[in-house]
Design a protein around this ligand. Structure first.
Ligand code: FAD
Ligand code: SF4
Length: 474
């Protein structure tokens, strides 16, 4: 590499795709980042110094071949870059949009460590895939031969989709079942459209269908189809059913009118947009003072949705400080710009009101080091104060709620509800039932899209290897 290209990062600053101005973006639910211009994407990719020890690649849970596809983008080889991206990730356009890159690939970029600003890895990943699919590119499966085996995938979230993608690439027929009317899991019915437009998932559905994946939607296993039947009809089953039991902190007053769990609030808004239907009136926050309890990704999505639905005032209450917030810093910054008021060092004690919520009783906290590695909030006695609210949304996170049919099939779980998969002499991601594999949030607990994708891919490879070995032994 010449000196000129090696030091390009000095002259060319890090640049994100353009953002819609705040005043415009809060008026609707469209994605807030626009497209790179083709020259900008190539220029930004050219900032990579190919440092020889790609920390970005190590920090990406999928170990994407980042410097290699950045070079292809820089040289203008769009479809080759898309093909390479898909070797490790079936959803690059999704991860490019929703991964907390500041904590993963971009946080580890050598340029970021040197204070030059990381290469915009996520933005480029998204741009390449969007463009390639728009231009008609599809994964090349022309050399794949059927091995005559069928697998049922329960859950069309990122774990299930990643598993199905790998299976069809191995010549295994993949049938994906989901209780919702659309694929995507939390990508569709959780993450709001201003972070991830729903057409992106519909477009990915078409790509997967073109690859041969079969979707059976509006089908809840345990209600519309028996799990036993799937075990009989298919050679193996992958479970990617997620983590959906909302943690409510057992807060007194949580049953008052106007108190909502985060996910029903977010889903009501997505359904309104997807099906062009009016908003469920329970979640109409227009002109109201909204308080969101919790400072994770879900909390950020709720505050920003409330702003767009016309709330008069939106506050986010978090018991630690900003530096200790669990979600992406980028999303906190976006929320602040959009007018969200942050109350740090506050612990909710109870929600107050008669039948309708009137406020939240908050106590101040200070952080103490208890040696656990993460500062623990301690209540400051006598600092209680009521924050007035018309609507309270609880966003404390989610736990896994194993279905009865899983227990009946002998699929083991921990006391926390998380499914036990892999380890103990089993194949990767194999559960206590030898023909059933599992991954994503139901195994890890509520986590990240990219790690659900990783699990689904690894499980898909393990299942395909198992089925091939059985064929050879037969
Ligand atoms: P899910 O995405 O939950 O998919 C599980 C699927 O299984 C669902 O479609 C469900 O309908 C289906 N299912 C369950 N039971 C059955 C059954 N019996 N029969 C048929 N179908 C069934 N992560 C990020 O990386 N970045 C973010 O910005 C981000 N934002 C988030 C925002 C919110 C509001 C939430 C809740 C989570 C967010 N996450 C984010 C986390 C991320 O969405 C999850 O970690 C990821 O979706 C988990 O994937 P999964 O495939 O394991 O489960
Ligand atoms: Fe970064 Fe996520 Fe893409 Fe990996 S998948 S390169 S962590 S944006």
């Amino acid at each position: 590499m010449s000196d000129e290209s090696l030091f390009r990062f000095v002259d060319i600053p890090r640049q994100m795709p353009r953002r819609v101005p705040v005043k415009v973006r809060v008026m609707g639910h469209d994605e807030i980042y626009g497209d790179f211009l083709p020259d900008d994407a190539g220029e930004q990719a050219g900032r990579c110094i190919d440092c020889g020890n790609p920390y970005c690649e190590h920090a990406c849970p999928l170990h994407n071949y980042i410097p290699d596809w950045l070079k292809l983008v820089q040289d203008g080889h769009l479809t080759a870059a898309a093909e390479l991206m898909h070797q490790t990730n079936p959803l690059p356009e999704v991860c490019g949009r929703v991964c907390p890159q500041d904590r993963l690939c971009e946080g580890a970029c050598t340029l970021e460590q040197g204070d030059f600003g990381a290469v915009t890895i996520g933005g480029i990943e998204r741009w390449v895939t969007d463009q390639a699919i728009r231009q008609g590119w599809r994964p090349d499966l022309s050399r794949v031969r059927s091995i005559g085996r069928r697998v049922a995938v329960i859950g069309a979230g990122p774990a299930g989709l990643a598993c199905a993608d790998v299976l069809v690439r191995h010549g295994v027929e993949a049938h994906v079942f989901d209780r919702h009317e659309e694929i995507g899991g939390l990508l569709t019915f959780g993450i709001p459209p201003f972070k991830l437009d729903k057409h992106v998932i519909r477009q990915r559905r078409r790509v997967l269908e073109d690859m041969g994946v079969h979707f059976h939607l509006n089908t809840e296993i345990g209600i519309h189809r028996r799990f036993d039947d799937l075990l009989n009809d298919f050679d193996a089953v992958f479970l990617g059913t997620g983590a959906y039991r909302a943690i409510d902190g057992e807060l007194p007053g949580r049953d008052l009118h106007g108190v909502h769990a985060a996910l029903p609030f977010l889903i009501a808004n997505v359904r309104r947009i997807l099906h062009h239907q009016p908003l469920d009136p329970r979640f109409d926050v227009a002109g109201k003072r909204v308080v969101v309890l919790g400072g994770g990704d879900t909390g950020m999505d709720c505050v920003r949705t409330a702003i767009r639905l016309g709330a008069s005032e939106v506050s986010c209450v978090y018991r630690r400080d900003e530096a200790n917030m669990p979600g992406s810093r980028r999303e906190v910054q976006n929320a602040r710009e959009e007018g969200v008021n942050f109350l740090f060092h506050r612990q909710p004690l109870r929600i107050v009101g008669d039948t309708q919520v009137e406020g939240v009783d908050l106590v101040e906290t200070k952080l103490v080091d208890d040696g656990s590695g993460r500062a623990r909030p301690q209540n400051v006695l006598g600092s209680e104060k009521v924050l007035a609210a018309d609507v309270v949304i609880i966003a404390f996170g989610f736990q896994v709620d194993p279905a009865e049919w899983m227990d009946q099939a002998g699929i083991e779980h921990l006391a926390s509800g998380r499914t036990i998969a892999g380890g103990d002499g089993r194949l990767p991601h194999q559960t206590a039932h030898p023909r059933v594999f599992a991954g994503g949030d139901m195994v890890r607990g509520a986590d990240l899209v990219v790690r659900a994708v990783l699990d689904g891919r690894e499980a898909g490879h393990a299942m395909a290897r198992m089925l091939r070995a059985e064929l050879q032994a037969a």
